[in-house]
Design a protein around this ligand. Structure first.
Ligand code: FAD
Length: 690
């Protein structure tokens, strides 16, 4: 084995620490296994940990807390990056903290020489992320109160904020805006601008990079910090565990937590603990060569999971074998792929994002987003470890120049291995400490799908309708392929005994860690949503769901049909659908016919085919054509549901609805927009968009 200096440093730190552990009994707050991490505690429950943030920072010697409210991992990733940068450039003693791990009623006691960051994503309809709900309710609450009753309560608190949002949503970045407002109202002092990143415009990373420089300058000034030459310091130590192999019982080879490792996965199943669910049926529902849409049925009867019509199912994907191979190869780790390693945070407040001991193969396959877009900042970090001077210069330039980065990297949808291979001409990047990848790549995220069945019809079987993500990219030999949907496609091919027919077929470890997913299983959990049918079935509903946006409406219509069959009176059920061509991608065509038999004239389904005639027709056009009827339904308090593309469709539907109301009722557009806004506020207008 070859070890570079950094690894040796890391290794020595760990050896020393381990020795310290055995001699003094306590180090890094470790009480049992020196390698254990939070995954030993199932379901993300952290037994015996303090929820007192002041106690925590004092114990850990920190002066800068970076809280995150994250749903898909990006906010968490930005928080880690800020922590790292604050430490390496300004010598701040930073720690990253999950908002759900602490209480906030003592924020007023935070010593004046500390600073708090809030990196906050806004989710869905202006909601806080799951882990930020309690904090948000506390800080924006009417009767927020703190342990000391100074006036103003947070007069000594210094804070920094950055929000992650999407401008295509009505409540753009409302989380960070509201928290910022609340903190200011409580007397706290913000340092720098309240940053906002926009995923809708696709500029999140650049917004973040542009915001952080002036913020650091302002913070340095305020706290009297001196900038220094940033030196890379690993946050995680990687120790090879001789004596363990991937067959050893205690080695994680992809299991998400300890219960799964021990073979007795029990509920509750949630975002920390997936259920390994059998797929009972899977099929293709498009009728065209180069595009795939999957229909799958996932059986949850063996679990205590439940769902309601309109909820989401999360699929925990596995990276494609080919991508895992590329990744390990370019890092020079192919031969060591099955080497067992333990990963230990060298920094008491950092969390190892996956359970160990594990193997490099399992880390790449099950735990890291090795295929995702690469952060430009991370490219700059990697420059220092390039295999030669010209690669180093190129990485530095890519790290500094946003246009150049776009031209060379983003445009081709390169992932990390693709970039490193291109820049280094295929040379191995074996100088990069592995910790850098754990820090620089997001942990592999579950993907959400709008459940396309009705829980009233099939309570223990969840349907998924997913379009397989595959794009030809000019200038690139192979197509870009999405992580989760191509994994689902492979599962479907395996289940139906099909050969992999795609020219760029990716290989997956279909059977999962220790063959636990064999017999076609997939790890899932359910996320409850507010996208719900009116409780009174006689209320009329208008659904707008082109493409896969029709997914939840398949469930809605299934449910209304059942209600009609059960003798209930069911109101108008109007579904606007759109696709390219009737013969190619008209999903569930025969099923709609059947529903029609149950629902009769109450069910209507106007369809916009964008490529079947001389003119492109979209759902918005069909809505316009039926202005009169739509307005009448709205006056009867019809519920409006929009699902699918957030960037264009959902926004246009919103505009068209306001136009319809304005024209039909003869009122000014501004007034009509106000009406639509109020419909949203009262849940009469609901969106499920992505
Ligand atoms: P990913 O690998 O995650 O890629 C997704 C996109 O990210 C790519 O198209 C590309 O734009 C970008 N990207 C990824 N890697 C790179 C790179 N290296 N360089 C540049 N760009 C990159 N989908 C459905 O089909 N049906 C549904 O019912 C459905 N419901 C949803 C409900 C909710 C609430 C949400 C949030 C999403 C829903 N989605 C649904 C979308 C779904 O969650 C996934 O985003 C989608 O299936 C793609 O996943 P993937 O892993 O295959 O693609």
């Amino acid at each position: 084995t070859q070890l570079d200096t950094l690894d040796i440093v890391v290794l020595s730190v760990i050896l020393l620490a381990t020795a310290a552990y055995f001699t003094k009994g306590k180090l890094w707050g470790v009480t049992k296994d020196p390698y254990a991490n939070s995954f030993a505690n199932t379901n993300g429950l952290k037994a015996g940990k303090t929820r007192n943030i002041i106690e925590k920072i004092e114990e850990a010697g920190k002066n800068c807390i970076i809280f995150y409210g994250s749903q898909t991992g990006t906010a968490e990733d930005y928080a880690s990056r800020l922590a790292k940068e604050g430490k390496s450039r300004f010598g701040l003693e930073t720690m990253v903290a999950d908002l759900e791990d602490y209480d906030y009623d003592n924020l007023d006691q935070l010593p004046e020489d500390k600073v708090v960051f809030f990196v906050l994503a806004t989710y869905g309809e202006g909601e806080p992320t799951d882990n930020a709900v309690d904090f948000y309710e506390f800080i924006t609450g009417e009767d927020v109160s703190f342990s000391e009753s100074a006036d103003p309560p947070l007069g000594t608190l210094k804070y920094v904020t950055f929000g992650l949002g999407n401008n295509t949503y009505e409540h753009y970045n409302s989380m960070v805006r509201n928290v910022d407002k609340a903190l200011t109202k409580l007397g706290a002092h913000r340092i720098g601008d309240a940053g906002e990143g926009d995923d809708g415009a696709g500029t999140m990373e650049e917004d973040f990079l542009a915001w952080k420089e002036p913020m650091w300058a302002a913070l340095a000034k305020k706290m009297g910090l001196e900038e220094r030459e940033a030196q890379y310091e690993p946050i995680f130590g990687i120790v090879e565990r001789e004596g363990l192999t991937k067959e050893s019982q205690e080695v994680y080879v992809g299991e998400p937590n300890k219960m799964h490792l021990e073979g007795a996965a029990r509920g509750p199943f949630n975002a920390h603990n997936p259920y390994i669910a059998p797929i009972v049926e899977s099929k293709e529902i498009f009728n065209v060569k180069d595009r795939n849409c999957l229909h799958m049925e996932v059986d949850i009867s063996g679990s205590n999971l439940s769902y309601q019509t309109g909820d989401h199912i999360a699929i925990w994907p596995t990276n494609a074998g080919r991508e895992v191979d590329y990744f390990l190869d370019i890092l020079g780790l192919t031969e060591k792929r099955d080497t067992v390693v333990s990963v230990k945070a060298l920094e008491p407040t950092a969390k190892v994002p996956f359970p160990t001991p594990t193997t490099f193969d399992a880390i790449a396959r099950y735990h890291m987003e090795i295929c995702a877009p690469i952060s430009r900042q991370f490219v700059a970090t990697l420059a220092a470890f390039a295999p030669d001077e010209s690669s180093k210069a190129e990485m530095t330039k890519l790290g500094q120049d946003k246009d150049y980065f776009h031209e060379k990297v983003s445009k081709y949808h390169y992932n990390l291995a693709g970039l490193l291979r291109t820049v280094g001409g295929g040379q191995r990047w074996s100088n990069v400490p592995f910790s850098a990848f754990i820090e620089g790549l997001t942990k592999l995220q579950p993907r959400y799908y709008s459940i396309s069945s009705s829980s009233a019809v099939q309570p223990k079987k969840i349907s998924i309708t997913a379009v397989v993500e595959s794009q030809l990219i000019p200038g690139r030999a192979d197509p870009f392929q999405g992580v989760a949907t191509n994994y689902l496609l492979a599962l479907k091919q395996k289940q139906n005994g099909e050969p992999n027919p795609k020219p760029y077929g990716l290989t997956y470890e279909i059977c999962g860690p220790r063959n636990k997913y064999d017999g076609i299983h997939v790890p899932v959990h359910v996320r409850h949503s507010n996208f719900k049918l009116p409780s009174d079935p006689s209320k009329p509903i208008i659904m707008i769901g082109p493409g896969t946006g029709v997914a939840p409406f398949r469930g809605f219509v299934q449910e209304r049909a059942k209600q009609a069959e059960d003798g209930e009176s069911v109101g108008k059920t109007l579904l606007f659908f759109g696709c390219r061509k009737r013969s190619e991608d008209f999903m569930y065509e025969s099923e709609w016919e059947e529903r029609k038999r149950a629902l009769g004239d109450a069910f209507e389904m106007p369809i916009a085919f964008s490529r079947d005639g001389p003119k492109k027709v979209y759902v918005q056009h069909l809505l316009k054509e039926r202005s009169k009827e739509i307005n009448e339904l709205l006056e009867k308090k019809a519920y409006v549901y929009v699902c699918g593309d957030a960037a264009n469709m959902a926004r246009e539907v919103n505009t068209v609805l306001a136009q319809i109301i304005s024209e039909q009722r003869g009122i000014p557009e501004a007034k009509a927009e106000e009406i639509v806004k109020n419909m949203r506020a009262s849940n009469q207008y609901q969106e499920d968009v992505w």
